[in-house]
Ligand binder design. Structure first.
Ligand SMILES: [Zn+2]
Length: 309
């Protein structure tokens, strides 16, 4: 099921290149209405409520790790992150929970109350929220980082992040980086360009997460691969008038080829899989393979992962 949807998205992106924007829009709408059991776009035959539920339950599709790897059990048994000098947290879904939420969604989702409690705890426990830019400059030039630094990131560009997480980040004055893939920007359920502009103005950072969220290591066509990595970057930069310096590999998957292209496209750093790759670092050589972890979805698990400093 998840792969099917990802597949559908990548077909959308290929089609998009062959068609004028208007024709593409019409075709996408028709396709969206016709695809059975897949697709994240609005289906015309569907009631609003059914459509909402379907969108809500697609929110685990693009997650960078299996839900089994998150949550209380793994938090209690893992000490890896306690040794990570610069933990990078990943959030996907921040919104109220609904009875219709799938297990996969529940395993990844934070209610606004839990998210607020985690943000408050970070400050109370002696952590200092910093940025990828600060980490890059630390590794490249030795610029000092704050003590007990931690980086916050959000993946996949769900509009809930704007509605629920962004006001809480503003409340605590925490910068966070939002990794968006460009094809669904402005579609129902996803952030719009205007929302991205609003977040930028408030000090948030926008990172790149490709055009269609594919498994990059499985793309055989070099032009397609380059477009996913570089084309999406240029689109965000042109539309928002910014420079995009960070990249997050979809599903955390990368290899030597993708990393080389990410460097060539001009990114300064890239976030990879969820292994504690930077348990003793990160070092300069790991800037394009930064390890990260999904934020624990209960405050108890969060506190276990990040003990008071
Ligand atoms: Zn993703």
């Amino acid at each position: 099921m998840p792969r099917q949807n990802v597949h559908i998205l990548s077909h959308f992106s290929i089609l998009g290149k062959m068609l004028s924007p208007l024709r593409a829009k019409i075709l996408f709408t028709l396709l969206g209405a016709a695809i059975i059991g897949g697709g994240i776009f609005f289906r015309m035959s569907e009631s609003n409520e059914a459509s909402e539920v379907r969108i809500q339950n697609t929110q685990s599709l693009f997650a960078e790790t299996s839900p089994a790897a998150t949550g209380v059990a793994s938090a209690a048994t893992s000490t890896a992150t306690a040794n990570m000098p610069v933990p990078i947290l990943v959030y996907h879904i921040v919104r109220p929970s609904y009875p219709s939420d799938s297990r996969a969604v529940r395993a990844l989702a934070h209610t606004p109350q839990v998210f607020d409690a985690e943000m408050k705890y970070l400050g109370d426990a002696g952590y200092h929220v910093t940025t990828f830019a600060a980490l890059e400059s630390h590794l490249e030039h030795g610029t000092p980082l704050p003590i007990n630094p931690i980086i916050l990131s959000f993946d996949d560009g769900w509009s809930d992040q704007f509605t629920y997480a962004f006001p809480i980040l503003e409340k605590y004055h925490y910068p966070a980086e939002f990794f968006v893939f460009t094809n669904p920007i402005g579609h129902r359920g996803f952030l719009s360009w205007d929302e991205l502009r609003t977040m930028l103005k408030a000090g948030m950072i926008i990172g790149d997460h490709t055009r269609s969220h594919p498994f990059l290591t499985k793309i055989a066509d070099p032009a397609k691969l380059w477009d996913e990595i570089d084309g999406s970057k240029l689109l965000i930069e042109k539309t928002l008038g910014i420079t995009v310096n960070e990249f997050a590999y979809p599903f955390g998957q990368y290899d030597a080829t993708t990393t080389a292209l990410v460097k060539k496209a001009g990114y300064k750093a890239a976030r990879g899989d969820y292994l504690s790759r930077n348990a003793t670092g990160p070092t300069l050589s790991e800037l394009y393979a930064l390890g990260a972890l999904n934020a624990p979805t209960t405050t108890e698990a969060f506190m276990l992962r990040f003990p008071k400093r």
